[in-house]
Design a protein around this ligand. Structure first.
Ligand code: 5GP
Length: 178
């Protein structure tokens, strides 16, 4: 694997398809164990997590449901600032074992705003699985229950993640060359 160009920027190989697949098998093994007999509901956050969610879900050997949502941020009233709403969340979460599937946790802002909304619906449990985490970028600390990789505070593309719309189809993860 050599360098690639997406739009105006150069990226170098960072995580191979094989290493991603291996981590996903590990995570799925833990989930199969922790959620045996529980019939969890996975909620994957689009767009970035579609590839990860799909590969992870294939490795689950338990009864599980999945739904896909999109988060939209809009300007609320002046006191609340930006408000995040979930589009497509048509499941009743009350009493369910919910697992959020996120591509990458960067500052933690998205999840720190969204999780309280989900908790409001009183799920029996609420856990987070994320493929990537940038610990150095943390502004809003989030507990990630199942993590693929901790990565440095660098911009990455591929495996569902885009740079300005492109790069999602690349099967590996590439890191920006600065
Ligand atoms: P947070 O709210 O945690 O700061 O940001 C989470 C979202 O920012 C992710 O779901 C993703 O859409 C985007 N993001 C953060 N870092 C990266 C990155 O390195 N590459 C790409 N493609 N998106 C990122």
């Amino acid at each position: 694997m050599g360098e690639i160009r997406v739009h105006d920027k150069q990226f170098e190989p960072y995580l191979s398809a094989a290493s991603i697949a291996e981590r996903i098998k590990d995570i799925a093994g833990k989930l199969n164990n922790d959620y045996a007999e529980k019939k969890p509901l996975f909620i994957a956050i689009l767009n970035g997590s579609f590839m990860f969610a799909s590969d992870l879900f294939k490795e689950l050997a338990i009864d599980a449901e999945i739904c896909f949502i999109k988060l939209a941020s809009y300007k609320g009233t002046k006191s609340t600032g930006h408000v995040i709403t979930a589009i497509g969340l048509d499941m009743d979460l009350f009493g369910r074992d919910v697992v959020i599937v996120e591509d990458i946790v960067d500052t933690g802002k998205t999840l720190s705003e969204f999780l309280p909304q989900l908790k409001h619906q009183q799920p029996a449990s609420l856990k987070i699985v994320a493929l990537l985490h940038k610990p150095e970028a943390t502004v809003f600390p989030i507990t990630i229950d199942y993590l693929g990789f901790s990565i440095p505070n660098k911009f990455v593309v591929g495996y569902g993640l885009d740079y300005d719309g492109l790069g999602r189809n690349i099967p590996e993860i590439f890191k920006l060359i600065e």
